[in-house]
Design a protein around this ligand. Structure first.
Ligand code: GTP
Length: 537
């Protein structure tokens, strides 16, 4: 091994140590955040872990980790040992932790092929009669950052589930040899868990209604008969694993009684929601802009104006036209309640509020609102943001970048020779390739990046707070890894590449930024495709 490659190996080794330590810090913060009553008990552990991270990051010259760790440490030092965590400080710590987690998730390290495994930690289990198919699936799933394991018999599967509950299990109906033995194993497994594990069943031999019913009764979410290829299975697995990481609902509460508002905040936060509380109705416009709520709870009677009047003002803004509004009041007169709802409200809860009722109402309203919103802003094939919404997000991010004086990058991706994929393998396989790239991007980019389907086989990515060189490294790494992914087409496999153009925001308009990214993409195509070009500023 020459000097250079030895150095590189060492660098990778140390980089891993820093990112592992960053994970420890994030996990400790999670503990503090989840159980605020016990936060003080974890304060010193949190401080020690962060201190260690800063020392490692400085020693191994990982600047962004060192900076984020240092900021976090300074904030922890303001937290008196043994005392409760002050709310203002908690918010600041949350911001610092988000910055740290962005450094941790940003995969600019050369060895980043391992990175997604760190945060997709819940496993997917595979119990198939065909072991070769199982191994092929695992290889594919690992590409998408899943942790997957295959099992040879029912006992091994049961043991693994007892040790670590999986996100989903893919199982053959006759896993174990005899007819329906796979279903029987799952029935026993589910009895041991309070909440059922989502199961994907498949069968080559039996698609009868009796078998389907039995499968569905023990948590079978899908039933593939005849069995399908790995590409389709991975898409299904993605659906069930994604469903487990639902974003918390963002709820805005306007109540002039500070005590009532505080109570609501506690109830909502306990239910895992993100709450923003205001007590002055005149703050509503500002709160809508700043917080972008998904659900709004309004007190009916406040000094100076009523909840109904506020609801009408909210509804006058296009963006909040369909956000669910729930009224709170001691009003028991049903005709008055109906009148209030006719003026822009969706639901009515009477005080004193029953927390269970409140949370159930928010969940119901929120779920519906999200699916309606998804129809408007998402592309139906890939689930990514559609063209219009991507541009809207780009405008928003430009405003934010200007306010915060942060860098911003915009990337355009276009699959190479995609027409040939369609012509050779057919349109459905072409669609599958589009979905696999979309899953790949979702998996490999940060949560704060926005991914859109810009056109047919074109994708757009907005990378907030990202320097051009970092954007290029990240996209180059994604490009390399994606080109290695074996795309299944029946018994055959093939590879697909993409070209990419990136433009760094240079105080220009979104239109100019898109044009520069598009020209850079065109240069990548001209250079022979399968490469990333950074536009001049
Ligand atoms: N399967 C599928 N194909 C699509 C979809 N949208 C666009 N396409 C196809 O994408 C192909 C794009 O082809 P071209 O614009 O010629 O580009 P290309 O073959 O990718 O070649 P280069 O971009 O020059 O590397 C066309 O054949 C379109 O029909 C879609 O939603 N699904």
């Amino acid at each position: 091994m020459n000097d250079e490659s030895q150095k590189e190996k060492l660098r990778q080794h140390f980089a891993r140590r820093v990112t592992t330590q960053a994970r420890v810090v994030l996990d400790t913060w999670q503990k503090i955040h989840e159980d605020r009553d016990k936060a003080a008990a974890h304060r010193n552990e949190f401080a020690a872990a962060t201190d260690k991270l800063v020392r490692y990051a400085q020693r191994f010259e990982m600047e962004s980790h060192a900076r984020a760790g240092q900021t976090t440490l300074e904030l922890i030092n303001q937290w008196e040992p043994g005392s409760a965590l002050d709310e203002g400080l908690e918010r600041q710590l949350q911001d610092a932790i988000e910055t740290l987690s962005q450094s941790t998730l940003r995969r600019t390290d050369r060895n980043s092929s391992e990175a997604p495994h760190q945060f997709r930690r819940t496993p997917v289990y595979i119990a198939l009669a065909n072991q070769e198919m199982a191994s092929r699936l695992i290889r594919q799933l690992e590409f998408f950052g899943f942790r997957a394991s295959a099992f040879a018999n029912a006992d091994e599967l049961t043991e693994a589930c007892a040790l670590h509950k999986p996100e989903t299990i893919l199982v053959d109906v006759n896993f174990g040899g005899s007819p329906n033995a796979g279903i029987t194993t799952i029935e026993h497994l589910q009895e041991r868990h309070d909440t059922p594990i989502p199961i994907i069943f498949m069968s080559d031999e039996d698609g009868s209604i009796e078998t389907r019913l039995q499968a569905s009764r023990c948590g079978g979410e899908e039933f593939f008969y005849p069995a399908v290829d790995p590409g389709q299975l991975i898409e299904k697995i993605e659906t069930y694993t994604h469903g487990n990481t639902v974003e918390p609902y963002k709820v805005l509460v306007l109540d002039d009684s500070r005590a009532q508002a505080k109570y609501m905040e506690t109830v909502l936060k306990k239910a895992g929601m993100t709450a923003h509380i205001i007590t002055d109705p005149m703050q509503i416009i500002h709160a809508l802009e700043e917080f972008s709520p998904e659900i709004i709870i309004l007190d009916m009677y406040m000094p100076g104006c009523t909840g109904m009047e506020i609801a009408r003002v909210i509804r006058q803004q296009d963006r909040f036209h369909s956000v669910p509004i729930i009224y709170l009041s001691a009003e028991e007169d049903v005709s008055k309640q109906l009148h209030a709802m006719s003026l822009g409200g969706d639901d009515f809860l009477t005080k004193p509020i029953d927390p269970k009722h409140l949370i159930a109402t928010i969940h119901n309203r929120g779920r519906r609102a999200r699916s309606l919103l998804a129809l408007m802003i998402r592309d139906s094939l890939t689930g990514l943001f559609n063209h219009t919404h991507t541009l809207h997000l780009l405008d928003q991010e430009i405003v934010r970048a200007r306010q915060k004086e942060q860098p911003l990058c915009f990337a355009m991706i276009d699959i190479d020779y995609f027409k040939k994929v369609n012509d050779t393998f057919g349109h459905p396989i072409g669609d599958r390739v589009l979905r696999s790239l979309s899953m790949f991007l979702k998996q490999r980019l940060r949560k704060t990046d926005h991914i859109g389907r810009y056109g047919g086989e074109e994708f757009a990515i907005i990378l907030p707070n990202t320097r051009p060189s970092d954007a290029r490294n990240v996209l180059n790494e994604i490009r390399e890894r994606f080109s290695e992914l074996q795309q299944p087409a029946g018994d055959r496999e093939f590879n697909v590449t993409f070209s990419c153009g990136i433009a760094a925001w240079d105080d220009d308009t979104s239109q100019a930024l898109c044009e520069r990214a598009d020209r850079a993409l065109y240069s990548s195509k001209e250079l022979g495709r399968n490469c990333v070009t950074l536009a001049d500023t």
